[in-house]
Design a binder for this molecule. Structure first.
Ligand SMILES: [Zn+2]
Length: 262
């Protein structure tokens, strides 16, 4: 079985502050490395659970922030990882298609505006249905007929997921007391919850419905971006190109790759 895993970081047990990539003081560098290690251990636990449930081909999209978070040398199994500059990807869910049997989302955070949720951000509205990043990924999985079998994150993420698909397995590894303070399961226990949830989710794949929203689409992202159309993927792609440079040509500028035509 072929599984696509979207990975964010804010829903990792241990993360209660936004990642700050602009500062390199000792505490911040230590915090970031620590979160990367914790995130990697959670990804490993999910991979193991999926493999024990029959996954033979796993694609991991390291989609948080810089797009280079997971310590991929620590992973094992039939796994490939998409990492690098997310702004230059093919799409937010690069290489997702209808050949996958199941989708997972790890380290998810709740949507912008959530009262008791850790580090809530991003708000989509599709035909009046409110979605965060987790929900958006679930609907993109659904576009390709792929059921979301497992999600990890906080208790608020669990509510979002269950509203879209009651059958999806969720490991709620923490509960927010405010946006930047949580009651969390310690890593060893969080990893256990993730292992068990991912395994159970894939074992139950045939009983979990893909999340689909019926066309036509009226989509709003944040306060300023609006798109309409009949093809869900195209509508989302078009909205995200406000932020990302998908499928473009690039030229080198010192250590960076910049748009070739600018
Ligand atoms: Zn993130």
């Amino acid at each position: 079985m072929k599984v696509y895993i979207m990975c964010d970081q804010e829903g990792t047990a241990g993360m209660v502050h936004f990642e700050n990539r602009d500062h390199n003081d000792a505490w911040n560098a230590w915090y970031r490395q620590r979160i990367m290690k914790l995130q990697t251990a959670e990804v490993k636990a999910a991979v193991q659970g999926l493999m024990d449930a029959g996954a033979t081909d796993i694609l991991i999209n390291d989609a948080h922030g810089s797009g280079y978070n997971i310590l991929f040398e620590e992973l094992e199994g039939p796994v490939q990882v998409i990492h690098g500059n997310q702004r230059h990807a093919e799409f937010w869910t690069s290489r997702l298609d209808d050949t996958f049997d199941a989708g997972c989302y790890l380290g998810g955070h709740p949507m912008d505006g959530t009262k008791k949720g850790i580090l809530p951000h991003t708000h989509w509205d599709v035909n009046g249905i409110e979605l965060g990043e987790v929900g958006m990924a679930m609907t993109l999985f659904g576009y390709f007929g792929v059921p979301t079998v497992f999600v990890s994150g906080d208790v608020a993420v669990e509510r979002e997921v269950k509203a879209l698909c009651p059958g999806t397995e969720v490991a709620a590894v923490k509960e927010a007391l405010a946006p930047d303070i949580a009651m969390e399961h310690i890593p060893a226990n969080a990893r256990n919850m993730i292992y068990e949830g991912a395994k159970r989710g894939l074992e139950r794949v045939s009983n979990i419905e893909p999340v689909r929203i019926a066309p036509p689409y009226q989509l709003r992202l944040g306060a300023n971006i609006e798109r309409t159309g009949d093809d869900y993927y195209e509508v989302v792609y078009s909205a995200l190109t406000e932020y990302y440079h998908y499928n473009r040509e690039f030229k080198r500028e010192g250590h960076e790759w910049v748009l070739a035509d600018e």
